[in-house]
Ligand binder design. Sequence first.
Ligand code: NDP
Ligand code: OXD
Length: 318
Amino acid sequence: MSKSTLLLSVDFTAAEKLGSVHDGLGGRPVIDWTKGERPESLAGIKYALVWEFDHDLFDRMPDLEVIFSAGAGVDKVLSNPALPKNIPIVRFVDHSLTTRMSEWICMQCLNHLRQQKIYDVQQHMANWSETPQPQASDVNVGIMGLGVLGQDSAQKLKALGFNVLGWSRTKKEIDGIECFDEAGLDAFLSQSHYLVGLLPLTAGTTGIFNRDLFTKLAKHPVLASPVFINGGRGKSQVEVNIASCLEDGTLGAVSLDVFENEPLSADSPLWHFENAYIFPHVAASSDVMSLGRYVDGQIERYENGDGLENLVDLSLGY
Ligand code: NDP
Ligand code: OXD
């Protein structure tokens, strides 16, 4: 039986260097809207894989049944005023993306623990000196957001020896990890030396990483001021507060992959802090071949009556 057609509205230009979404789709016919394919009618097309999309795209798709988000985070898709109501949205959940994020989170925690910035500077000055070296088990890493990415990062940080705490809207039970729900935020923060953000962007998480929150973090006896690492969404952080907290020592260091406005403006002060690692939203870029395989597999499940996985809860916004 021939496969049903998928409409693509995603610019994969940057992402397709390692493979193509078409390779993952297993021969499924595609209409690539982003590349200018404009058939006379989109009637009969039931599936769309999108990131950005035109204001009138979905008006042309009277038979649309499922929208697939090309990313794990769906804030960009949900905030597009042209999104049709009452169509199920499936987000991207994938081993390769999850693993990449955990690699990035572990790398940032280790960079800060092992004081990599100090040794980079010393290398350039041919300076042979040692700084105090606490071990991972002396550091509490608090993760805000215990979903797919937060839980995988938690397990991998634990395996590296860090003490891991977690906070999420609903309380989780995870072996060896102390978990807090929304009401336990202050208790969670007061024990976290390093704070990791892996939250989706919703009304409840916009601007959550602000000065008030940073002042509640725990100070490590040797590493001193707390460290903030954000791999979730930039609009969850208040960047003027991050800059001023780095200046006055409320924060000791940061690793930021996401920003209020992307790309980060060339005149942002965040580029210039010695104790800031700045990344251009690359912590866990989607592997497009895996994305193709995932969407193809979800359509097959749906058509076989097995149900869609990883559906977005539209009332919660993630
Ligand atoms: P999930 O939906 O699996 O997990 C989200 C977690 O956040 C859940 O634990 C949820 O709580 C919690 N949460 C949501 N809202 C609140 C709130 N108001 N208060 C407390 N906790 C809350 O998402 P993923 O783990 O897959 O991804 C997380 C985010 O990471 C994505 O939404 C995306 O924005 C970002 N991302 C960034 C990438 C990058 O390259 N930088 C790549 C991929 C994703 P509960 O468990 O109770 O529902
Ligand atoms: C995502 C992202 O949401 O890359 O997948 O940010």
